[in-house]
Design a protein around this ligand. Structure first.
Ligand SMILES: *Cc1c(COP(=O)(O)O)cnc(C)c1O
Length: 223
């Protein structure tokens, strides 16, 4: 897709209050720059070192989203600048993010990744595990982390009904969890982020309540 078409897509999404995260993993900084030049500022990466390298090369007002499994020992590479970590799947990871945020004298925004797909390869917490985590969060033991919402990935399948029902599940799980989290006084009252939808399924995700979509191959070509 050309940068001009990407801009049009971003504007269409904006009208629906949906944030476009352009997933630039494996793609060169030059391609990010082309989208940046038309006004796209949110980019998603799944490897901490790659994100840190691109951060160094590119404009400092880019909002970097960490999307993908994040190892605790790599949080340090992105902690100084990351905008939003979509992939929190454990208390241990949250603890590390909190520690690295404190070192950098900042707070870090995160999403809790919920498992909705059938595939075992897609990670995330189930609703009970997420409730446990939110209880801990509400105890105030991660003061440098702000939970902004939820992220999930649907099963990779042509079965649109299945994809839709998985997104519905994430939306309702997110709503339930948001109520729990709402009891935390550090929680902002802005709408929770619901990060769901990729190149192949973002339209369905938006119909089911996504307000952030993560689009890679449609924008940048296949990887
Ligand atoms: C790679 C990736 C995407 C983007 O996938 P496309 O199908 O290329 O749009 C979105 N979310 C996550 C978590 C990813 O790893």
């Amino acid at each position: 897709m050309s940068a001009a078409s990407a801009k049009i897509l971003q504007e269409e999404l904006e009208k629906k209050n949906v944030t476009l995260v352009a997933v630039s993993k494996t793609k060169p900084a030059q391609m990010i720059q082309e989208l940046y030049d038309v006004g796209i500022k949110d980019f998603g990466e799944n490897r901490p070192q790659e994100m840190a390298e691109k951060y160094e090369l590119l404009a400092k007002d880019i909002k970097w989203h960490m999307i993908g499994n994040l190892q605790k020992n790599k949080v340090k590479y992105i902690a100084p600048f990351v905008h939003l970590i979509h992939s929190v799947t454990s208390a241990a990871l949250l603890k590390t993010i909190n520690k690295e945020a404190a070192k950098n004298e900042r707070d870090i925004d995160v999403l809790i990744q919920i498992k909705i797909a059938e595939e075992d390869s897609k990670s995330g917490l189930d609703i009970e595990e997420a409730k446990e985590l939110i209880k801990e969060i509400n105890e105030g033991i991660y003061p440098h982390v702000n939970v902004r919402g939820y992220m999930g990935m649907a099963t990779f399948t042509d079965d649109k009904d299945q994809v839709r029902s998985e997104f519905k599940e994430l939306k309702s799980t997110g709503d339930t969890l948001a109520q729990l989290l709402g009891q935390n006084e550090n929680y902002s009252d802005s709408d929770p982020v619901l990060s769901m939808g990729m190149s192949g399924d973002f339209e369905i995700a938006i119909e089911e309540g996504a307000n952030m979509v993560r689009i890679g191959s449609l924008l940048f070509g296949s990887r």
